[in-house]
Ligand binder design. Structure first.
Ligand code: CA
Length: 256
């Protein structure tokens, strides 16, 4: 994917309503912005990361060396860390080990080093993902979203029934009346979030943030569009859903 191109909907052929959605009715208060600690000593790259993260609604805390990174992480725990391995003061691997003493937040490593030994060393020290420079900003942001998602509650390990359909998240398999059906990547991500919280209300803002990023918290029309698609595919009577429920003005609920 081209760097910088905002792609809120990656499903080919999906019709995305062009109009900006109306502001949602009085719903939950704005979500607390997720804090991303960025550690990078190249000023231009640091600036690009800060701009891109802020544009997507994250709070970017930026530092150019390892020691200030550890100070920031101790003062206020980040939700995720983007860490350059080649820093002026400390070795990046040592920074990962020290971060692991103060936070369990996912750490995504950026590195110009390409040897498998560096990657293994970073992962062994406690990093969650590894991106080799030069990288696509979109790819990094997608990995960040994935890392933030993985940090949440684990999805159900067993297949889950939704009316005539069965969803096996672990096997990435959906069937209806015993026949395999195809779900889009967005539909899988929506289902994963709802199925992780059976019986619970999950706010529209939270789903939008996890699937598309914090800048899309108001884009409730994406959500309505894809939820309607899921109901058509999975529910017995999509007009009267019994499992994929809308809580008007609030969010969605998976009712087992
Ligand atoms: Ca560097």
């Amino acid at each position: 994917m081209a760097a910088g191109a905002a792609a809120p909907d990656q499903d080919r052929g999906a019709a995305v309503p062009a109009a900006r959605p109306a502001p949602p009715p009085a719903g939950p208060p704005p979500a607390v912005r997720q804090i991303i600690l960025v550690v990078e000593d190249e000023p231009a790259l640091l600036r690009a990361l800060r701009i891109n993260l802020r544009a997507r609604g994250y709070e970017a805390v930026t530092v150019q060396a390892g020691r200030p990174a550890l100070e920031k992480a101790t003062q206020r725990e980040p939700d995720a860390v983007i860490l350059d391995l080649g820093l002026p003061d400390l070795d990046g691997i040592d920074v990962i080990r020290a971060l692991r003493l103060v936070t369990s937040a996912p750490v995504i490593v950026l590195s110009g080093r390409t040897g498998p030994g560096d990657k293994i060393g970073a992962l062994d020290a406690g990093a969650d993902d590894y991106v080799t420079k030069p990288f696509s900003m979109e790819e990094l942001l997608a990995r960040l979203r994935a890392a933030l998602r993985r940090d949440g509650p684990a999805p159900p390990a067993r297949p889950v029934a939704i009316g005539p359909s069965t969803i096996d998240l672990a096997a990435h398999l959906a069937t209806r009346d015993g026949q395999q059906i195809r779900l889009t990547p967005t539909e899988w991500r929506l289902l994963e979030i709802l199925l992780r919280h059976p019986g619970q209300l999950v706010s529209g803002r939270r789903i939008l943030t996890e699937v598309w990023g914090p800048a899309y918290q108001q884009s409730t029309h994406y959500l309505r569009f894809h939820m309607a698609g899921l109901r058509r595919k999975l529910e017995d009577d999509p007009a009267r859903p019994r499992h994929l429920l809308t809580e008007p003005g609030m969010g969605y609920r998976f009712q087992p």
